[in-house]
Design a protein. Structure first.
Length: 107
């Protein structure tokens, strides 16, 4: 299995209750800790814990890291651009869910 498919599989399997340490996230996503620090700084992922040695990341964070990596790899988007794109994609997803709920009330 390729590294990319393994990362995608891991992002789909892990849920918000799974917790990864900084080292585990780095290993799974093939990132240096400094790269994760940048993702945290831009709000792409939000660790639980006060200091990096106590940080824990859930499956949602893993999926966001994977999506940011794909934006960078496929489209050449920098970290700030990835943060904006992910926020906008999240908003679109929330709006679509809201529309489905509203439409469901009138069926």
């Amino acid at each position: 299995m390729s590294k990319e498919l393994l990362t995608l599989y891991a992002a789909e399997v892990l849920d918000e209750h799974c917790k990864l340490t900084l080292a585990q996230l780095c290993r799974v996503c093939h990132l240096a800790p400094e790269q994760v620090f940048e993702l945290v700084e831009y709000g792409i992922v939000e660790p639980h814990g006060l200091r990096p040695c106590h940080w824990r990341f859930n499956g949602v964070a893993l999926a966001r890291v994977y999506r940011a990596q794909r934006l960078a790899q496929d489209l050449g988007v920098n970290t700030a651009g990835a943060a904006l794109a992910l926020d906008l994609l999240d908003e679109v997803q929330q709006l679509r869910a809201r529309i489905r709920r509203i439409e469901g009330q009138y069926d």
